[in-house]
Design a protein around this ligand. Structure first.
Ligand SMILES: [Zn+2]
Length: 195
């Protein structure tokens, strides 16, 4: 995950300097010895604080080179939970309007990305109301846009939307992002509101 996290563009979240996470808590977090509620609290701060985020990143780096003599166990940051938390960090970081994409595991063949849902992407979603579409103009447009934005998309067999997309009436509606997961030549798309 270190490599993945390192691709993040400068988090521009202002530091909330009053309650930074103590280094012991950070260590316990990376050790996986905090309970779920505490972990959520810690991440609540990390999500908003570039300083603590950086410290976490360093801590994770160190942790991945931990003593090989230790009994093998799966550290929490290699688990799905950590991955989900990381995604939520990224989501918060893109609220600054920056484009973020992530490639998860060079070898796993799974691409995960999150984009601000801009007009170009909306147009593709609104193109027709099929939730699943195969090869054709709409799919080609999507692939072209994703490539343009730096995703190494090869061939897609089909695309699946989690739900129908409707244009928000208000310009001041919640910001939306598009999550994309590409696996086995299938792109799964999901629009989420971020607040
Ligand atoms: Zn902090």
């Amino acid at each position: 995950m270190g490599k993945w996290i390192n691709k993040i563009l400068e988090p521009s979240v202002a530091a909330d300097s009053d309650h930074h996470i103590a280094i012991e808590d950070m260590a316990r977090l990376t050790d996986g010895t905090v309970d779920r509620a505490e972990r959520e609290n810690l991440f609540h701060h990390i999500n908003r604080c570039a300083r603590c985020y950086e410290i976490l990143q360093e801590t994770l780096k160190d942790a991945s080179f931990s003593d090989p003599g230790q009994p093998a166990r799966v550290p929490w940051w290699k688990t799905k939970t950590a991955y989900a938390l990381a995604v939520s960090i990224f989501l918060l970081f893109i609220i600054g309007g920056q484009l973020v994409f992530k490639q998860w595991g060079q070898n796993s063949g799974v691409i995960l990305a999150t984009f601000d849902l801009d007009q170009e992407l909306k147009d593709i979603l609104l193109d027709d109301d099929a939730l699943r579409f195969g090869k054709g103009a709409r799919l080609n447009r999507l692939v072209a846009v994703l490539r343009q934005r730096g995703l190494q998309v090869k061939n897609l067999d089909f695309v699946e939307l989690s739900q129908p997309y409707y244009q928000k009436k208000s310009l001041f509606g919640p910001q939306e992002v598009l999550h994309i997961r590409i696996e086995n030549n299938v792109a799964y798309l999901e629009v989420k509101e971020v607040d």
